[in-house]
Design a protein around this ligand. Structure first.
Ligand code: XMP
Length: 538
């Protein structure tokens, strides 16, 4: 299959470049800057990403351009553009002030294949400290802004371009068009990477790979493992056994609801209530990382003891998706939170790993789920952390506290689902993280649909605070807990903004929680973005 290679020089937006290329129905791989697969015959073009480094930093990442130049069309973005210019004889210098934020292309060569269809004055997003001050011989400037003379260039007579702005980010309003011009126009993508193709080819490959073997898969209730299960079920039917572990830290009624959904999908699923073990082991533990480690360890133990009952299992399947696999260049090397997924089964079980979604981004997983005919409420489910409500209780976990949190959370999530606002279909397609349902396929872009606040947010939940405060109910003084509502918009959970929920909605949720959840007399709304905050509180 044709593919674009994105060489990662450590920019925060490298994954976004990948997603934009996939949106053009073109397969791509993100690889470290020094791992160019020179013997892969399917490569049709190369994109060099941005980087936190300056080309002058001693530790800056460098690539041997001669290995790819002339072999593939190349597009350098930000550092990628500066690196090529610098290496090939141009000049890069510190900009008088950091060039950051929205700018407009005041001159554009719209006859250049990269800018075909661009409007004059097109808005672009800049983010760099250095700037190109002279181009190498034989290079031509093809776009400028008021302050950035060489906003874009091409090496004449060669399929090599550089842009100092970021076409992959939302604020570059014609950025997707630029990438289309490169990927489709220049590299000649056939645009045949689609959910339907993926399902057909993956089911065929799984049949071949797994033969008559038996496979075990850990279900979490989330989109990724559910889609992986349905895909595998289509390939090998009942030879797939799914295990769903209830650690007692799920949302209210979630275990029963999800089991019903899975059985409705025809999956062969075993549910295990292991909550007693988890509560016992978490007893008295406060430190968030410690809680995560215990939950991760217990999870493997419970899963393992169930998996051993399936005698002739040869494979362990997982809903790992592409962002989990990308060997991205974490420049700082620091762990903020250790996320837990199934894994680490004892080696003596000799299970081979099967990860059918490992090439997909989250939005593609959802498209595949829709293609497989899965119900919308499973496809549009918010992400939910593996350790569940444990990361939303900032003190030792008890059943009583989990119960209080489940009730408050249930009120909030239901209300988000019930509150709908009208939106143009084109806008819904643009902003909804989970995409839009197939039921709207017949409508026009200008038609209006009602979209719930749940679908308008990436993720939402309630945090139980370790704080009691005084209130008054009826004539009684109360001294009870506070909860915080958390709702964010995001496209990938790497950055997130707090969701600007309507006041009348917040007022109603606050009333409902205080009136119905015994033990809570105060409701706050978390208005922190990520960074500097994170989505979960611990
Ligand atoms: P943070 O809190 O780091 O979360 O902004 C980013 C995303 O990851 C989810 N999350 C987890 N998921 N195991 C998981 O499977 C975990 O331990 C974990 N911690 C956070 C979080 O809900 C958000 O979607």
């Amino acid at each position: 299959m044709q593919k674009i290679i994105i060489l990662d020089f450590g920019s925060q937006t490298t994954q976004l470049i990948g997603r934009r290329v996939r949106e053009l129905d073109t397969f791509c791989e993100i690889l470290p800057y020094n791992k160019m697969p020179l013997d892969d015959p399917d490569v049709i073009g190369v994109i060099l990403s941005g980087s936190p480094y300056s080309v002058y930093d001693p530790e800056a990442f460098k690539l041997d351009l001669s290995a790819i130049r002339g072999r593939y069309p190349i597009l350098g973005i930000c550092y990628g553009a500066q690196f090529m210019s610098h290496t090939l004889g141009g000049r890069v210098e510190p900009a008088p002030s950091r060039e950051y934020g929205r700018q407009h292309l005041t001159t554009i060569d719209t006859a250049n294949p990269l800018f075909e269809g661009f409007s004059q004055n097109s808005q672009v997003w800049m983010s760099h400290g250095d700037t190109i001050t002279a181009l190498p011989d034989g290079f031509r400037c093809i776009a400028s802004t008021e302050t950035v003379k060489y906003a874009a260039y091409q090496s004449e007579g060669e399929k090599l371009w550089g842009v100092q702005f970021h076409p992959e980010v939302f604020h570059s309003t014609q950025g997707s068009l630029l990438l289309r011009n490169f990927v489709v126009g220049v590299c000649g993508s056939r645009q045949d990477w689609s959910a339907a193709n993926f399902v057909d080819s993956t089911v065929a490959e799984l049949k071949q790979q797994l033969g008559n073997d038996r496979v075990i898969l850990g279900l979490s209730g989330g989109v990724d493992s559910s889609v992986a299960a349905v895909l595998l079920n289509r390939a090998i039917g009942d030879r797939l056994t799914c295990i769903f572990v209830d650690h007692g830290l799920l949302r209210k009624n979630e275990y029963d609801d999800v089991m019903r959904d899975y059985r409705g999908l025809g999956l062969n699923v075993i549910g295990v209530d292991a909550s007693e073990k988890f509560f016992a082991d978490l007893n008295g533990v406060v430190e968030p990382e410690h809680k995560r480690k215990i939950i991760g360890r217990d999870f493997v133990e419970v899963f393992d003891s169930e998996a051993r009952k399936i005698k002739d299992a040869r494979w362990l399947a997982q809903g790992t998706i592409y962002p989990d696999c990308i060997e991205s260049l974490n420049i700082t090397g620091k762990t903020i939170k250790s996320h837990h997924n199934v894994g680490g089964l004892p080696e003596e079980m000799h299970l081979k790993l099967c990860e059918p979604l490992k090439w997909l981004f989250k939005d593609e997983v959802r498209r595949v789920g829709r293609q497989l005919g899965m119900p919308e409420h499973l496809i549009t489910r918010h992400p939910f952390p593996g350790p569940g409500l444990a990361v939303r209780i900032i003190e030792p976990i008890t059943r009583e506290l989990v119960d209080i949190l489940q009730q408050a959370d249930d009120i909030f999530i239901r209300a988000l689902r019930d509150y709908k606002t009208p939106m143009k279909l084109s806008e819904a397609r643009r902003i909804l993280a989970a995409g839009v349902s197939k039921e709207y396929a017949q409508l026009n872009d200008d038609d209006t649909i009602d979209v719930s606040l749940y679908d308008q947010t990436w993720q939402a939940g309630v945090i139980l605070l370790p704080v009691k405060s005084v209130g008054v109910m009826g004539d009684e003084r109360t001294f009870e807990r506070a909860v915080a509502l958390r709702a964010v918009t995001s496209t990938d959970a790497m950055t997130a903004d707090w969701a600007h929920l309507p006041y009348d909605f917040l007022a109603r949720v606050s009333n409902d929680i205080i009136n119905h959840v015994k033990g809570v007399n105060r409701v706050c709304f978390d208005i922190s973005s990520k960074p500097p905050a994170t989505i979960e509180w611990c």
